[in-house]
Design a protein around this ligand. Structure first.
Ligand code: BES
Ligand code: ZN
Ligand code: ZN
Length: 499
């Protein structure tokens, strides 16, 4: 037997790089922060604070506009040092096109500007006057402050802002945005930890920390238990690793007997491909193969703070996919939790095998209003939609429309792929009920979706999200730092749950 890998012990939740975000109603004269930010549109008009600035500052800004330094592009930052104050004018973009997305990004830019100047206190003018999107400001502020420096031994770059105040904002919306932002940062941390820290045990510990509130209960099944229960998918994939696998179930109950909404997330903490081993190039990125599970944990984190009157169940099958001597092999046949048999043609198509048990469990033990699943499921997804949009597939038009509405509102782009019968036939096996691959080189993401459909109970509305392209690797922005898990999906799900 191998010794257990060393686990770093730490409190996983409630870390942040921004202490307090407050809604305040004061005039510019009463502000004494280290940095005062207000916004400018492309037409050079400004957010409300622009009407309060004195002649000195106004002249300086006018000169900067004249020489062309201020264009009002979203994300642009110009500093001014006038009357013993430090100001930053933040570009917001076209006034007519301003939406919660541009507000979120601009707020992120303001916070990144504050971090670049190491200012402890920041005042932000409300960037969304009239738009009703102070939530986006709360999200943008917290996401803009995100840094992941756990493995730098001298944390000299780590900087914490003590206080951000947002002038004239809607407190309720702002607070909600802050809670969502913090939930996403928590999820990103989980995603960014390497495989030797973020193990299935680590995910279970994170779930335990979140579920300490009264409305939540946690159940974690270990290898012996879920094998005994008949979860042949997770058990099969987990055969190749000595790292203890977990099947994690969190129930959030705050609406009596209402049907729960169930979210299932792929928690594959490292994917070597197994016996059908991957190439070495970029294999390190397979530490992110648990990014479906962080959607579930991030959403639950937000629920534990926001406490909406709904019922939600989060399910995370979690294991490594490695090449130990007991590893499952191409040709093996596994029996999933719903009794269907699966011919394994490629051990690297493991995500769908563990999700098969997750979806079967959701369908058997609950009477879900709907099921959503999140998974970094196929490399083909990156080919199809790049790092721009998440591929979605499902069986229920009305649920799919809700997904698209929430996508529109939250700026987390999705694009639907069809689960036509022609595709669904491609995963039928000669020897078992189904096989874990479609036709070689064809519609790989859809084949995976078609496979998952076999494990969702008849008549349960369901949508599958393939986040292989969007969970990490997208172009960095003010709210999405370079080389980090994005936490994509959390904002979208929270919006759906609310409606
Ligand atoms: N985790 C991978 C999918 C993946 C690959 C996500 C690259 C993001 C970037 C998944 O387990 C996998 O390996 N899928 C195979 C399926 C194939 C063997 C049918 C793939 O996409 O190659
Ligand atoms: Zn794989
Ligand atoms: Zn995988």
């Amino acid at each position: 037997h191998y010794p257990l890998r060393r686990q770093r012990q730490m409190c996983i939740r409630d870390r942040s790089y921004i202490d307090e975000v407050k809604s305040v109603k004061i005039s510019l004269k009463e502000v004494n922060s280290d940095l005062i930010c207000f916004g400018v549109y492309k037409d050079k008009s400004m957010t409300p604070l622009g009407n309060e600035i004195d002649e000195n500052l106004k002249q300086t800004i006018d000169s900067a506009i004249e020489v062309g330094d201020i264009k009002g592009k979203n994300g642009e930052v110009n500093f001014f040092y006038v009357n013993d104050h430090r100001y930053a004018l933040i570009g917001l973009g076209e006034k007519e096109n301003i939406d919660s997305n541009s507000v979120r990004l601009a707020t992120g830019s303001a916070i990144r500007a504050a971090i670049s100047k190491k200012t402890k206190t920041v005042t932000l003018d409300c960037f969304c006057s009239g738009l009703d999107s102070c939530q986006a400001m709360g999200e943008g502020a917290v996401l803009g402050s995100y840094q992941f420096l756990d493995y730098k031994t001298n944390n000299k770059n780590h900087f914490e802002i003590k206080k951000v105040e947002v002038l004239g904002s809607n407190k309720e919306q702002l607070d909600k945005g802050v809670a969502i932002g913090r939930a996403i940062c928590f999820a990103r941390d989980l995603g960014n930890h390497p495989g030797n820290t973020a193990t299935p045990t680590f995910l279970a510990k994170a779930a335990e920390e979140i579920s300490s509130v009264e409305e939540m209960t946690l159940k974690v099944y270990d290898r012996d238990e879920f094998t005994e229960m008949g979860m042949g998918g997770v058990a099969g994939v987990a055969q190749g690793t000595d790292e203890p696998p977990k099947f994690i179930v969190v129930e959030y109950n705050n609406a009596g007997n209402d049907k729960p909404k169930v979210i299932v997330g792929k928690g594959l903490t490292f994917d070597s491909g197994g016996i059908s081993i991957k190439g070495a190039s970029k294999m390190d990125e397979m530490k992110y193969d648990m990014c479906g599970s962080i959607v579930v944990l991030g959403v639950l984190h937000a629920l534990s703070i926001l406490k909406p009157k709904i019922n939600v169940v989060g399910i995370i099958p979690s294991t490594e996919n490695l090449n130990g001597s007991k590893a499952y092999k191409p040709g093996d046949i596994l029996t999933a939790y719903n009794g269907k048999t699966i011919e394994v043609l490629n051990t690297d198509a493991e995500g769908r095998l563990i999700l098969a048990d997750g979806l079967s469990y959701a369908s058997k033990h609950y009477d879900p209003e709907y099921i959503l699943d999140f998974a970094t499921l196929t490399g083909a997804m990156v080919v199809t939609l790049g790092h721009i949009a998440t591929g979605v597939m499902g069986t229920d038009d009305s649920l799919m429309n809700k997904v698209k509405d929430s996508s529109e509102k939250t700026g987390e782009k999705v694009w639907e792929l069809p689960l036509w019968p022609e595709f669904c036939k491609q995963i039928k096996s000669n020897i078992a009920d189904v096989k874990n691959m479609g036709s070689a080189g064809q519609a790989g993401s859809i084949a995976a979706g078609a496979f998952l459909k076999e494990f969702v109970g008849e008549s349960i509305p369901w949508v599958h999200f393939d986040i292989a392209g969007t969970a990490w690797g997208s172009k960095p922005t003010s709210i999405d730092p370079k080389g980090s898990a994005t936490g994509v999906g959390i904002r979208l799900v929270l919006d759906m749950l609310e409606n």
